[in-house]
Design a binder for this molecule. Structure first.
Ligand code: C2E
Ligand code: CA
Ligand code: CA
Length: 765
């Protein structure tokens, strides 16, 4: 995975994690807020409830106090007055006056006295009746179903004391429980169940949210023991007791677990009327609100995460696309769209690691530069694109990849191990590349050369394969062969040539170059001239013949320099010798194509002649016929100029190439040198003899003297003489000689005329 992709995912996970933490925090905080709100509401409702009950009880205590005061004053009270009070009070159910023993004394007219129970004997009243007798204050009793009026009441009782402070009776009244509950229910309980519970006995005075059917169960039994236990244990945890709460009158807020459900409760003690106010609610509502909140937040969170996820995916895909685009650009050639070197290397490593045999084909367009130079680069580009397409096309049948390697060079990896198949492919490819390229009404034709190296047969490394294929391609181009497979021999040859070329650079300065001279004789065996032949004794490579190194020097562009050196050396040595021996003969100097083509060739030759005080008329320039064919017209003026200077022009290796008679007539040649290959077989082959004869005859006709080289036997001499040859050169007369040996040769020659082979010991280096 890419580093940046990794980072993006890391960021994404961070966002998920941070988001989850935030979500959890938000939910937790929301829960705290909801709890706090619920407790605040509960506190408010509790206080309200407590105040409500207190004010009702206060109001009715005042009524009871007034009535009992009246009773004490008059020692009796009129029932009509009490009836009046009841009729005007919506909550009061009735009044009754009891004697200290619990028996009824009198009652409002709505209560029948006859079936009125003794309050000290009735379990619903006894405890509280007793307490009333002992209390200065109004005492609230346990709520119960009051049969005389067939309704549920909260009994309130106050003792009546005479002027001596003696308790003389109890005034009892009933508050309509249902009416009171209704009254309360009209206010908002905010989801809380509220109850007022008597202290000590823990019977309920009032509980909200009860239906009438439930009254019996709730009012005739004390508050469930479990609630008390739990309360107590909770208080213990807080290191408090109910007694502490009684004193403090504080509102205690508790959260309790009941049957797996959390209940929030607020507890408070009313000391005046000695009851507890207990407000409680389950946390269901909070939970519901919390779930809703959590649901919304989670949905929002998920949405954001999804958006981020999509964003990340988008960024990554965008990045991937960009990278793919960049990689494509980096690995492909902008012009042809073919893979470039980078991709080629990649492909190579793939094939290499899979050890799959393949052929590396190195294709180079011939003379592509010419198209660029003469028609412009846009034509060149169009041809390159077309070539690229044709190469691609060639790979639809064969398995392989093609790449543009550089300018007009293409590389193909052909997945094949069969030399035959590779050759077939190469031939086909060269054929389609050679087809015309129609561009802007021009039909371009271009040929190409192909060198082939095979993996792993020839080499295992790309550099080697490339260099082998490149070399083979160069050789193919030179040899004008369409394609050439790499061979070890060819490779060694190239290596050797490279070695030679490197050493050749320092040959002159290292004084490794010397000259030998091979005598040329006329029909009378008299010395006519000598041909200067170069010798190279390399310190590093040993003796290397001119046949080998001259073409290399030519290729490497060393020939003008080397040729000039030879020219000076030959002129110096021969002029000196002639002067010394007081003889005259010709000096033939071989001039290579490149050297001859130099614009200042003639100037340099003339300079050298005057420098060494050489007679221009005694100088022959030997040039090979291939030169004429290539650039005859441009060279004609030079030939004319040489002629004007009295310099002799000799056509070397005549017959080995493609010389035409037409050319011979055009060029001012003085001498023809019949190639050694013709002379070799004249004694055996009649045809060669005939050939030589006609060459000589033709020379005669054109007034050109004829020299035969490579004359090795007496038979050669006789046949040539018979045919009318003018001049002779060859081992039969002498091998090429050092300047010292030449001096001896010349001396002997001038003293005695040549008879048979005279100088067997004078052998060239
Ligand atoms: P070339 O100009 O045709 O020289 C004649 C070659 O034939 C010489 O070989 C000579 O030694 C050889 N030869 C002469 N007579 C006989 C014979 O009877 N039998 C046999 N087997 N060989 C004979 P060399 O010296 O090795 O030169 C080879 C070629 O190198 C020359 O062919 C010439 O093309 C080139 N070359 C030699 N010296 C020079 C030079 O100074 N300048 C240039 N440009 N080329 C040179
Ligand atoms: Ca020659
Ligand atoms: Ca020759």
């Amino acid at each position: 995975m890419l580093k940046s992709t990794k980072n993006i995912w890391l960021l994404f996970y961070c966002i998920i994690f941070t988001g989850a933490m935030l979500l959890a925090t938000a939910i937790y905080m929301k829960q705290q807020i909801l709890l706090k709100e619920a407790y605040n509401e509960q506190l408010y409702v509790s206080k309200n409830f407590n105040n409500h009950l207190t004010s009702i009880f206060n109001e009715h205590e005042t009524i009871l106090a007034l009535i009992s005061h009246e009773f004490t004053r008059h020692n009796s009270i009129q029932i009509e007055v009490l009836d009046d009070v009841i009729n005007n009070s919506p909550l009061l159910v009735g009044f009754a006056l009891f004697s200290v023993d619990g028996n009824i004394h009198s009652a409002t007219s709505n209560l029948s006295q006859s079936n009125y129970p003794n309050l000290l004997n009735n379990p619903h009243t006894a405890q509280w009746f007793q307490r009333t007798l002992n209390s200065e204050r109004m005492v609230i009793g346990k709520s119960y179903f009051f049969t005389p009026v067939q309704t549920w009441i909260i009994p309130i009782r106050k003792r009546i004391v005479d002027s001596q402070g003696q308790v003389i009776g109890v005034l009892s009244a009933g508050l309509d429980l249902k009416a009171l509950t209704r009254q309360w229910n009209a206010t908002e309980g905010l989801g809380n169940t509220l109850q007022a519970v008597l202290d000590e006995s823990y019977f309920r005075i009032l509980r909200t949210e009860l239906s009438e059917e439930e009254y019996d169960a709730y009012y005739h039994a004390p508050v469930e023991a479990t609630i008390l236990q739990e309360l107590n244990s909770y208080l213990q945890q807080q290191q408090l007791t109910l007694a502490d709460l009684r004193h403090s009158e504080a509102y205690m807020q508790i959260s309790r677990e009941i049957a797996g459900q959390t209940r929030l409760s607020t507890l408070n003690y009313n000391p005046r009327y000695q009851f507890w106010v207990l407000a409680s609610q389950s946390d269901d509502q909070i939970s519901r609100q919390l779930y809703r909140f959590a649901g919304i937040c989670s949905a929002f969170y998920l949405l954001i995460i999804m958006l981020f996820f999509m964003l990340c995916r988008w960024i990554i895909s965008l990045e991937k696309r960009q990278i793919a685009e960049l990689t494509y650009k980096a690995e492909h050639d902008a012009l042809t769209g073919l893979p470039n070197r980078t991709l080629l290397n990649k492909q190579f490593h793939k094939l290499q690691s899979a050890n799959r045999p393949f052929a590396l084909l190195y294709l180079d367009l011939d003379n592509f530069k010419k198209i660029n130079d003469s028609f412009g680069h846009s034509y060149g580009d169009q041809i390159l694109i077309a070539v690229g397409k044709r190469i691609q096309q060639s790979l639809t049948v064969y398995r392989g990849v093609a790449a543009r390697y550089s300018g007009d060079e293409f590389i193909i990896f052909l997945q094949s191990d069969s030399k035959k198949e590779i050759a077939e492919y190469a031939t086909g490819l060269l054929t389609i590349i050679a087809l015309p390229y129609p561009i802007n009404n021009n039909n371009f034709k271009i040929t190409s050369s192909l060198g082939i190296a095979r993996f792993p047969h020839d080499a295992r490394h790309i550099e080697k394969l490339l260099s082998y294929a490149d070399n083979s391609m160069s050789v193919a181009k030179k040899k004008k062969e369409p394609h050439l497979f790499f061979s070890k021999e060819q490779h060694y040859q190239l290596m050797r040539n490279t070695e030679i070329e490197l050493a050749l650079h320092h040959a002159i300065e290292n004084k490794e170059i010397s000259l030998v001279y091979q005598p040329q004789l006329d029909k009378e065996n008299k010395l006519f001239g000598v041909e200067a032949l170069v010798r190279w004794h390399s310190k590093k490579l040993g003796f290397i013949g001119p046949d080998i190194f001259i073409p290399i020097a030519e290729e490497a562009g060393l020939m003008p320099q080397l040729g000039l050196y030879i020219m000076h050396q030959a002129l110096r040595e021969i002029t000196q010798l002639k002067k010394q021996l007081q003889v005259a003969f010709q000096l033939s100097i071989n001039v290579s194509v490149r050297q001859f083509m130099q614009s200042d060739f003639l100037d340099k030759l003339l300079q050298a002649c005057s420098f060494h005080s050489a007679d221009k008329a005694c100088i022959t320039i030997e040039i090979t016929e291939s030169l004429f064919i290539e650039s005859l017209d441009t060279l004609l003026p030079l030939f004319e100029a040489l002629k004007e200077q009295g310099i002799t022009l000799s056509l070397d290796d005549f017959g080995s190439g493609y010389s035409s008679l037409h050319m011979l007539r055009k060029v001012p040649i003085d001498e023809l040198k019949i190639d050694k290959s013709f002379v070799d077989h004249i004694s055996e082959h009649q045809a060669d003899q005939e050939m030589i004869k006609s060459i000589i005859a033709m020379g005669k006709n054109l007034n050109i003297s004829v020299l035969a080289e490579g004359v090795e036997t007496k038979a050669h001499v006789e046949i040539l003489k018979h045919a009318g040859c003018d001049l002779f050169q060859g081992y039969y007369f002498s091998k090429p000689l050092t300047i010292e040996d030449l001096a001896t040769f010349v001396k002997t020659k001038t003293q005695s005329s040549y008879s048979t082979l005279a100088l067997p010991s004078l052998i060239n280096s």
